[in-house]
Design a protein around this ligand. Structure first.
Ligand SMILES: Cc1cc2nc3c(=O)[nH]c(=O)nc-3n(C[C@H](O)[C@H](O)[C@H](O)COP(=O)(O)OP(=O)(O)OC[C@H]3O[C@@H](n4cnc5c(N)ncnc54)[C@H](O)[C@@H]3O)c2cc1C
Length: 400
């Protein structure tokens, strides 16, 4: 298999780098670098989105007539890779990369005309109402009910782990419209404004002290049937289609390279006893192992890219890449905790001493390490838990 980028692709890469050099300010890079949560801060992501919309590069995968770039799969990969290398903030994918493909495939013309431009301009901000207490990996067991009443549905139930629901003005939800059939058969996909009477959002504060996820309650919420996407009771097909877009677009190896570089830099700092951790053979061996795994991941990503550009599907490649990239990232954050030593005390970065207004303790590079370490544990749960990915690999690759 030949894996090489063409001269045109390399010219495109140069164009992307020049754009990022010009538009991605040092302040934005610094804000993105300090992000500890899965998504960038809303304000930062929306500022970057506005810049990309102006350039016409915000939604590479959308159809060109709706604002897409028409890039090849390779160009999209290069874009993702260069953004990761430059430390660009990620755009919030909930609307742009998750709901939008669903609307293109299953939405009515009215829904497309109404929602897509507002999503792109940032006027509407979406969250995802799939998971419920007791229905995560086993999503089709979900219980939030929607009962028809005239032209509306009356929705009751709760959704949990709803990322950015505290910012969102819209939610896309899976609801049960028929409890008397096979679980997958009685589900419907609904769009709702968050200001409908009967919707309540309760924050969930994580161990990292982040407010990223929430629990959303629905108490007799009246939703017009015209807010349904796809036919009634066929929401499972719509839901699965959306999940295909939930995992990233490749390029994780590039971001991991940056993180490994940062780890090596921190571990190279002189300690109180005059030595540096990086010179410890045991520690060094663990970094080397991660570097080898990162390189293997990069090749796996390129193999997937090569399959996609031939029109094949990624197969189990996305599950393998997801598990590998998450494992490497989690191990990097663990080693960073070791490297920063006592500054890795839980929330040392949040301790406020004697009324000092600047709550930081320790050097800059230690500031976000604990929060990032804690938050990175979530990556092997959301977007398809690690064991669920392993089940997919066992079935499709090993034939078990
Ligand atoms: C930070 C974060 C953000 C999230 N954001 C959203 C959001 O915006 N919207 C939304 O709808 N959901 C969101 N989720 C929820 C996420 O999709 C679920 O947490 C995930 O699907 C797992 O479900 P669960 O938490 O119920 O765990 P469970 O499904 O109960 O899993 C518990 C454990 O059992 C294992 N397990 C489960 N089934 C199997 C199996 N068949 N074989 C082997 N092992 C298994 C899992 O791997 C896991 O280790 C978010 C989660 C997190 C952590």
């Amino acid at each position: 298999m030949k894996i090489a980028f063409s001269a045109e692709d390399e010219a495109f890469r140069a164009e992307v780098r020049a754009f990022l050099d010009e538009k991605l300010t040092p302040e934005m890079r610094e804000e993105a670098r300090k992000t500890t949560t899965v998504f960038a801060e809303k304000d930062l992501a929306m500022r970057w989105q506005a810049i990309l919309v102006e350039k016409g590069w915000a939604v590479p995968s959308w159809p060109v007539e709706h604002g897409g770039t028409g890039w090849s799969i390779t160009q999209k990969y290069i874009w993702n890779e260069e953004c990761a290398k430059a430390g660009a903030p990620g755009l919030i994918p909930l609307g742009l990369r998750m709901l939008a493909p669903v609307l293109f495939k299953y939405g009515t013309d009215e829904q497309k005309a109404h929602y897509l431009p507002r999503m792109l301009s940032g006027e509407d901000y979406w969250c995802q109402g799939y998971s419920e207490p007791g229905s995560g990996s086993d999503l089709s067991s979900l219980k939030t009910s929607a009962v028809k009443d005239g032209d509306d549905y009356i929705v009751n139930g709760t959704k949990i782990w709803t990322t950015h629901a505290q910012f969102a003005d819209h939610i896309f939800c899976l609801v049960r419209t028929d409890p008397n059939v096979r679980p997958q058969k009685g589900i419907t996909f609904l769009l709702m404004p968050m200001n409908l009477p009967g919707i309540k959002v309760d924050p969930i504060i994580t161990m990292a002290h982040d407010h990223e996820v929430n629990q959303v309650f629905f108490d007799d919420v009246r939703v017009p049937q015209s807010n349904r996407v796809g036919p009634e009771n066929e929401g499972w097909t719509v839901a699965k289609y959306l999940l295909e877009f939930e995992r990233g677009g490749g390029g994780a190896a590039a971001g991991i390279k940056i993180a490994l570089g940062e780890l090596k830099s921190v571990a190279s700092k002189e300690r109180d006893d005059g030595t540096a951790l990086i010179d410890d053979p045991g520690f060094r061996a663990r970094i080397n192992e991660l570097e080898i795994r990162r390189e293997a991941l990069e090749f796996a990503e390129l193999v997937t890219l090569s399959r996609l550009s031939r029109g094949d599907s990624p197969g189990a490649g996305s599950s393998l890449s997801k598990n590998t990239s998450v494992e490497i990232s989690q191990q990097i954050s663990t080693l960073k905790m070791e490297a920063i030593h006592y500054y890795a005390m839980p929330h040392a970065n949040l301790i406020s001493l004697n009324g000092h207004t600047d709550p930081r303790v320790g050097p800059d590079y230690a500031e976000t390490a604990t929060a990032r370490y804690l938050n990175s544990r979530a990556a092997s749960i959301f977007g398809g838990a690690r064991e669920v990915q392993k089940n997919i690999i066992a079935k499709t690759v090993l034939g078990l």
